[in-house]
Design a protein around this ligand. Structure first.
Ligand code: FNR
Length: 182
């Protein structure tokens, strides 16, 4: 079984990012298991507490990441960048020094916004740390979901057929990328 961790950049209970992540999880083929990985419980990264006895939340998160073959990020945009919660998760997963839990895992990015720009700023800011974390990121298709509050129906499926097909093509391309690193 190939395991894909889905990380939502939003901590909101009714987060559209999380809902999109759950919807996209259903598009992976047989043999793939996609699950949301929580980041809201992670204390703000602080090297002082990350010594011999790191917070249990850090250790659990790192172990969970290590189980994954690939990571899908679904993120809103905050002030033209990624959320603090998502950056915190990247930092927590990147340590201890030399033992990053992200290392080498293929990744893909979905950004979303209720506005028209689809979180373009967040999408591209996220690519910068992923280069340093040595995560090969899916290049095409790029996914910037605009008008995101109106994308899903009550069952969490994409309302528009063209959007659903596009998201399936995105998952298919991600699966091909994942295979290259297995
Ligand atoms: C936002 N929002 C926002 N939207 C956007 O398209 N570009 C931006 O730069 C920002 N900036 C921003 C800053 C802060 C602090 C907040 C709280 C919100 C709006 C944002 O896209 C909206 O809240 C999304 O719905 C958040 O996604 P979730 O929480 O539904 O996943």
């Amino acid at each position: 079984m190939t395991k894909v961790g889905i990380i939502s950049g939003s901590l909101r209970k009714e987060s559209v990012s999380t809902k999109i992540g759950k919807s996209v999880a259903k598009l992976f083929p047989a043999g793939y298991e996609a699950e949301i990985i929580e980041i809201g419980n992670l204390p703000l990264y602080n090297e002082d507490i990350d010594q011999d006895n790191p917070p249990a939340e850090y250790t659990a998160f790192r172990n969970k990441l290590k189980e994954m073959d690939a990571i899908l990020f679904v993120t809103p945009e905050y002030n033209r960048s990624i959320t603090a919660a998502l950056k915190n998760a990247l930092d927590v997963g990147s340590r201890p020094y030399g033992q990053s839990s992200w290392d080498g895992k293929p990744a893909a990015i979905i950004s979303q916004s209720p506005g028209n720009l689809g979180g373009f700023g967040a999408n591209h800011h996220l690519r910068q740390p992923l280069v340093f974390l040595n995560m090969p990121v899916l290049q095409q298709p790029e996914v910037y979901l605009a008008d995101s509050f109106n994308l899903l129906d009550d069952n969490g499926n994409f309302k528009n057929d063209d959007t659903a097909k596009f998201m399936q093509s995105f998952v298919d391309a991600f699966v091909e990328l994942i295979k290259k690193y297995q």
